[in-house]
Design a protein around this ligand. Sequence first.
Ligand SMILES: Cc1ncc(COP(=O)(O)O)c(C=O)c1O
Length: 397
Amino acid sequence: MTDFRKTRSLFQIPDGTVYLDGNSLGPLPVAALERVRRMMADEWGEQLIRGWNTAGWMTQPRRIGDRIGALIGAPEGHVVVGDTLSIKVYQALAAALELNPSRRVILSDSGNFPSDLYMADGLIRSVGKGHQLKVVAPEAVEAAIDGGVAVLLLTEVDYRTGRLHDMRALTRKAHAAGVLTVWDLAHSAGAIPVDLTGSDADFAVGCTYKYLNGGPGAPAFIYVAPRHADRARPALSGWMGHEAPFAFDLDYRPGRGIERMRVGTPPIIALAALDAALDVWDGVGLDDVRAASIALSELFIREVEARCPELALASPRDPHRRGSQVSFRHASGYAIMQALIAERVIGDFRAPDIMRFGFTPLYIGEDDVRAAVAVLEDILKSRRWDQAAFHARAPVT
Ligand SMILES: Cc1ncc(COP(=O)(O)O)c(C=O)c1O
C-alpha cells in the first residue's frame, strides 16, 4: 500500500494552499532543490565539460526515459526524454506516417490538445503529399477508424473535460484496420495506470511537468514500440540521434532504436530536477494512486453538486471514463477561478467556460477537497468573484 502521508511530505506546498493544479504543473519535489544545486555546483561547477562523460550527462535521456517507461508500461530501452511535447508529437507522427505510406488521413478528435493538431497541420504542409487531418468528436473516433486512415493521433485524457479514451480498445480497432497509433499521455503519465505494451500502442509521447512533477518546461518523452524502433525514420535528424554523434560525419545515420528520437543537446539542469521528481515514485503503486484519485474526485463532485448548484459538471460522471481531473462549467468560470486562487485554492481555467481541478493523491487529501469546496461555496454565495480584478485576463489562464 502506498503511504500517501509520506509522499505528501516530499513536496513543497505553500502553507494554507490547496493545490488542485497538478494536472497543469506539478508542485516542487523538495529533493529537487538539493539535486539541482548539487548538479550545478559539483557537476557543472567542478567538472565543467568533463561532466558529459564523468557525470553521465550523455546517457541521462535514456536512463530517465526508462524510469518513466516503468510508469507507463514500456519495456526498458524504448523511452527517451528531451525537447518539448509538441516536438515529440511531430516526431512520432512523422515516423508513423512514413510507416503507413499508402494512406493519407490522420484521424484525431476535437478533444485533442490544440498543439497536437497544429503540429499535425504543420507536418502535413512540410511533407507536401496531400495528407489530410480529420478531426471528429471524441465519441465519433471509433466509428471513423477505417482503411483510409494512416495514423490515429489521440490524447488519452482530454485536457478540458478529463474524458478518458479506451487506449486498448481503440488501438485494437486501429490495428485491425491497418492504422498506426500515436498516444499523447500528457494527462495520463503519473495520473492513471498506463500499459503501453499491453495496449500494443505504436508510439506514445508525454510531458513531465504535470503529474510527474518535473518543473515548468521540464522535457518531454517519446516511446516507440520495439517492433518499430529500428524502422522509424526520425524526421528531426539532429546530431544526438545520430548513430555516432562524435564521429561528426557529414551524412546522417539514425542511431539504434529509441536513440534516434533524440534531437539535440539534452537539458541537463532540467533533467536533474526531473530525476529527483521521479524518486517520489519509489514505493508508490499507480493502482493505489488511481483508487485514491477516484475517491477524491468523487468526493469533490458530490460536495460541489450539493453546495454549488450553479456549477455544471463538464467531466464524465463515471470515474472510470475520467482521468485524474474534474471540470465544472460556469459562464464566469475565469473570474471564479481567480477568486479561488486569491484565497489559495489553486486550479485553472480553459476557455470558454471550464474550471479545472486536478486530484493528485501524492499530495492532496480529503481535508483539502473539503476545504476547497467550502471556499468555492463561499465565493459563489457572496459573489466575491465579481470584481474587476478577477475578470482581467492574464496571458496564462
Ligand atoms: C495533451 C497535450 N499535448 C501537448 C501539449 C504541449 O506541450 P508542450 O508545451 O510541452 O510542447 C500539452 C501542454 O499542456 C498538452 O496538455
